[in-house]
Design a protein around this ligand. Structure first.
Ligand code: 26V
Length: 840
């Protein structure tokens, strides 16, 4: 029997080698003599994938037979990162693969490094979707992801002369061994056209019909999603847009063959590129086309699967499927499902609507007004004429209900209407709330905020029980085991859990508390951190050519660049520190004395992409790079301070960066960061956090203890008042920050004009993100950090460092179990989807 099988690969190295050679020779058409690391990556991946595909097929068959409720997670972004390493871990065949590859003359790490990231997302929202599909499989749920297969993922960031340059990420350059193309699954999707009425021959009633004007095919590309410690393997289905074979004969007959072919080709542009904005909505027609294309194909696929077993028993739909909308991007799914039921399947409006609402649920990921989707009514009417009619009908019935509930409140109708009057547009978040049975925020504070601010009126209409919270989480398989093999091994040893079962039962981390007074253990823990810092220092060296000393404090802020995340406040504090050091030097204080009395040595490490059209974010990157240039070339300050910007922050770099932090920054203006998830990644890897009272920081503090996190800054409840004060009294810039501005304006970090918008935005234009209010509090928090860290971060046995810092690190990790995405998925399953894990 030549069929590969997971167990063969896990247990039998010969089998792996035999299959690997077969892939090199017949699959890739190469000889073992000229097999390089790239070919080895492809052959090894194919070997493992072949085995995985069997589990996958079995899972689908079992789930179909069991016929339980299925969950569909609709997300326009899945920030998956690399697949091979993750598959090795979840399938537990890492050791064998490593050994087999070694026998064949390859080094596993070098082979893994060949894989391009699947970077089909911007930031937190896309990575959350990736963590969720991992948890759905690992916890034995029957749950699929649906998304788009972009030809170009998030752009690659280069830093040229201290500026961000975007270059395309053509990640499918070589055939991707992890994708199974399903050419047989082709779903036609229509756009434009017109609506007409006809008499239904069965019922004699008039009904609406939509005749589309442009047709595109959705072709499925599937990614098997292996679970950890289970053979439950779910599917992530991403759609590709392809031209139909139907030809525009009018153009063809008119002799315009070229034009006709060209317009066919345009079909592919729908899935060509991921929109690179994070927390900002641009309102482009192509983006709306992407949304409908994806939603229509997914709904069609879901309904087709339902009909295979349940025919037209539509009342069963809510017991068979749950659809989770990842932000408002898939809101048209609500409208499309209603359209399919009433126009195509002949269900009565009220029955159909009842089904739609029971099936759908919506997750909100931001309170930032500029990120809320609104589509011009004209555009929706042109692209999707029948859908616009249905939206108007949904709105009509909804407003009638509101009027009955609150006949006195005339303004309420205007405020909650799906249609905004000026300019006339469709408010997607309102449509999503009205068409869902549950709406959730992603951290406690955020879920409270949406109820009292942007969705306040809907709480009045629907009651508060429709609104709920599911605090975000991360998958410990990737973010502990894969990113940090040494720490996860140390934990496995201490928990006496050689099979790493704690990775699907993360509450067990709590048992680490037992060792909190064990000095040898603290030293071992610290030594792991030190090795991870060395690994990060090597990455920094290769990416920026800057040497950072791994014994200094690594102070990291990596995430999308955004004013609300306040990387500017961080770099201003670095400038302040540098100016102060220079001032002390001028007064004749030696570096030794500065280290003794004022500052410990540290490296300030930044990374993250700015949306290509976001000038202010790009300015922040420029400032960080220019400050780095000055400070890193100042050889009078020894290793007291270094500043680096790691280009092209992505998932695979995060896997190296997160384990290497001593301290990480999560310092958004209170009330603006819905949750944050990198805070969890750093804390789970034994880094401490400096942060504001925002998003999931609040719950992290509660879980790990306030004494183990450096919280600072104004609270969300005071933000409005402070903004108002800026408006009436002007902004009060503290002395410390004034010094920083003065140095920038003097040209110490290059042309001051380059940074004018940044400085003026704070000093003269209202400081919307409250940098001036939080700056001194941030500096104070840093003083506490320094006292706690002490002068040491290497693997010596400085008792003060071990007692103060390393203890906090262990205690934090011991209490991070709550933030596993497995816990999130269980909460969604219980409170929102009403599904249970399937029996294996
Ligand atoms: C996304 C996009 C994507 C591209 C085009 C325009 C556009 C407009 C708005 C949005 C919404 C993004 C919201 C978002 O990413 N929120 C983040 O979600 C994370 C996961 O819940 C959370 O941890 C972060 O705090 C939150 O900012």
């Amino acid at each position: 029997n030549h069929e590969p099988n997971i167990h063969d690969i896990v247990e039998n190295p010969q089998k792996f080698e035999e299959l690997f050679v077969r892939h090199v020779e017949t699959g890739l058409g190469r000889s073992m003599y000229n097999c390089d690391n790239l070919a080895a990556y492809q052959a090894a991946s194919k070997t493992i994938r072949d085995a995985l595909v069997l589990d996958w097929a079995n899972t689908q068959q079992r789930q179909t037979i069991q016929d339980g409720k299925r969950v569909y997670y609709l997300s326009l972004e899945f920030l998956m990162g690399r697949a091979m390493d993750n598959a090795l871990i979840n399938l537990k065949c890492e050791t064998n693969t490593r050994n087999s590859l070694r026998d064949l003359g390859f080094n596993l790490e070098d082979v893994l490094d060949q894989e391009p990231d699947a970077a089909l997302g911007n930031g937190g929202l896309g990575r959350l979707a990736a963590c969720f599909v991992d948890s759905l499989s690992s916890k034995n749920y029957s749950g699929w992801g649906y998304g788009l297969s972009y030809q170009y993922g998030i752009f690659k960031q280069k830093i040229v002369d201290s500026y961000q340059i975007e270059t395309p990420d053509y990640w499918l350059k070589y055939s991707n061994p992890w994708i199974v193309e399903r050419h047989e699954i082709q779903i036609p999707v229509d756009f434009y056209g017109y609506v007409y009425e006809e008499i239904d021959p069965n019922t004699g009633k008039t009904k609406k019909n939509w005749s589309g004007g442009e047709r595109v095919l959705a072709v499925a590309a599937d990614f098997p999603i292996p679970g950890f410690n289970t053979n439950n393997t779910n599917n992530l289905r991403l759609w590709n847009a392809k031209p139909t074979n139907e030809f525009d004969f009018t153009k063809f007959n008119a002799g315009d063959y070229q034009q006709s072919v060209a317009s066919q080709q345009r079909a592919e542009s729908i899935t060509s590129v991921l929109y690179p904005n994070d927390n900002f909505e641009e309102g482009k027609e192509l983006r709306l086309k992407q949304q409908y294309f994806w939603v229509a194909a997914s709904i069609h696929d879901i309904i087709r699967r339902f009909k295979k077993t349940h025919k037209a028993a539509w009342h069963k739909l809510p017991d068979q499927i749950a659809i989770q909308l990842n932000d408002t991007h898939p809101t048209l799914a609500i409208v499309e499902l209603q359209r399919v039921l009433i126009d195509l399947e002949g269900v009565e409006w009220d029955d159909a609507w009842d089904i739609v609402v029971k099936v759908c649920a919506y997750t909100n990921h931001t309170v930032m007004l500029e990120a809320l989707e609104k589509w011009p009514v004209d555009l929706v009417g042109r692209l999707l004429p029948r859908h616009l009619e249905i939206i108007y009908d949904i709105n009509y019935f909804f407003l009638q209900k509101v009027q009955k509930l609150y006949p006195e409140d005339r303004d309420l109708l205007r405020r909650v209407s799906i249609i905004e009057e000026d300019p006339k547009s469709v408010r997607m978040a309102y449509l999503a709330i009205i068409g869902s049975h549950k709406v959730n925020g992603v951290a406690e504070l955020h879920s409270e905020l949406i109820k009292t601010t942007i969705f306040k009126d809907f709480v009045k209409v629907f009651g508060k029980d429709k609104f709920t919270n599911v605090t975000n989480g991360i998958t410990p398989r990737r973010w502990l085991r894969q990113a940090n093999p040494a720490l996860s091994a140390l934990i496995a040893k201490k928990l006496e859990d050689p099979n790493y079962n704690y990775l699907t039962n993360l509450g067990r981390l709590k048992e680490l508390e037992k060792f909190i007074d064990d000095k040898e253990f603290l030293k071992e823990w610290d030594a792991v951190k030190f090795e991870n810092k060395k690994r990060l220092a090597a990455l920094i060296k290769s990416e920026t050519n800057v040497d950072v000393d791994p014994t200094v404090l690594f102070d990291i802020q990596v995430k999308r660049i955004h004013e609300y995340k306040r990387q500017q406040m961080n770099i201003f504090a670095v400038i302040y520190r540098y100016l102060h050091i220079k001032e002390l030097q001028r007064q004749g204080v030696s570096i030794e004395e500065i280290k003794e009395k004022y500052y410990i040595s540290k490296a300030s490490i930044f990374g993250g992409k700015a949306a290509p059209g976001y000038y202010m974010a790009k300015t922040i990157i420029h400032l960080i790079c220019k400050v780095g240039e000055v400070i890193n070339n100042d050889d009078t300050i020894d290793n007291l301070l270094k500043v680096v910007f790691i280009p092209d922050y992505n998932v695979s770099k995060a896997e190296i960066i997160c384990p290497g932090s001593d301290l990480s920054n999560h310092i958004s203006t209170a009330g603006t960061e819905a949750s944050g998830t990198s805070n969890m990644k750093f804390a789970l890897n034994g880094g401490l956090i400096i942060g504001t009272v925002d998003g999931a920081n609040v719950e992290i503090a509660r879980e790990i203890g306030e004494e183990n996190i450096f919280l600072f800054g104004n609270l969300a409840e005071n933000v409005e008042e402070l903004r108002h004060k800026h408006f009436v009294e002007g902004v009060h810039v503290p002395k410390t920050l004034q010094k920083v501005f003065a140095a920038i304006e003097e040209g110490q970090f290059g042309n001051p004009d380059d940074f004018k918008a940044l400085v003026d935005g704070i000093r003269d234009h209202g400081d919307y993100y409250l940098v001036s209010d939080d700056f001194d509090l941030f500096l104070d928090a840093h003083k506490k950090v320094e006292k706690t860290f002490g002068h040491h971060g290497g693997d010596s046995d400085d008792p003060a460092h071990l007692q103060r810092w390393v203890r906090k690190s262990v205690w934090s990790v011991a209490n991070m179990g709550f933030f596993s995405s497995d816990r999130c998925i269980d909460e969604y399953a219980e409170d929102i989807w009403n599904v249970e894990p399937s029996n294996i």
